[in-house]
Design a protein around this ligand. Structure first.
Ligand code: HEC
Length: 158
């Protein structure tokens, strides 16, 4: 089997595994399979480079856009700080600083933000955000501030 074929088989197994046990939380193995499938099969655009260099200005612009469109679910720091429902939705909202997210290529992060992750709660932003805003967000995601350093999103009472 070629590596690509093996990955497709893994993806199919993941879908079967998910279909078979909807009611229970995913096991570590299922989570691993789904993560591998997303990284290698579903999430495209691996080779596209960020056209914006990660200068302090670009990162600040990305932070600004992130603070309008993403904080409700990801927190100001991208690490879920102060998001009240973070442990109550399935799949859980990952820390954007986690190795699983950081392993995506820049082009794949752009793809995730453009298209969202179906069928989870992660929305697609294509049409709402410009390409430029999304690329600056990708630059910000590579330079996230320390967890908890930005306070909590204002929309939640605290
Ligand atoms: C309504 C809540 C919500 C909003 C708003 C939201 N996200 Fe998400 N996000 C999620 C959830 C839920 C996941 C987990 C998806 C999964 O693992 O299937 C996620 C996952 C991600 C991931 C990781 C994807 C992966 O495959 O691991 C990235 C990157 C991300 N979001 C970036 C963003 C950015 C940037 C914005 C703003 C433009 C944003 N999100 C807005 C809920 C949201």
């Amino acid at each position: 089997m070629t590596p690509r074929r093996a990955i497709v088989v893994v993806a199919a197994a993941a879908i079967l595994a998910l279909a078979g046990c909807k009611a229970t939380p995913p096991s570590a193995f299922e989570t691993w399979v789904v993560t591998a499938a997303k990284h290698h099969v579903f999430v495209g655009n691996r080779s596209q480079q960020n056209p914006f260099p990660a200068t302090p200005e670009v990162i600040a612009e990305g932070k600004e856009a992130f603070s309008h469109y993403c904080v409700a679910c990801h927190g100001l720091d991208g690490q879920n700080t102060g998001v009240p429902f973070v442990g109550h939705i399935s799949p859980p909202i990952p820390s954007l600083a986690s190795p699983d997210v950081q392993r995506y290529a820049d082009g794949q992060l752009k793809w995730v933000i453009d298209n969202g992750i179906w069928p989870s709660g992660m929305p697609g932003s294509k049409g709402t955000l410009s390409d430029e805003e999304i690329w600056t967000i990708v630059a910000f995601l590579r330079h996230l501030p320390p967890a908890g350093s930005q306070g909590e999103p204002e929309m939640y009472p605290h």
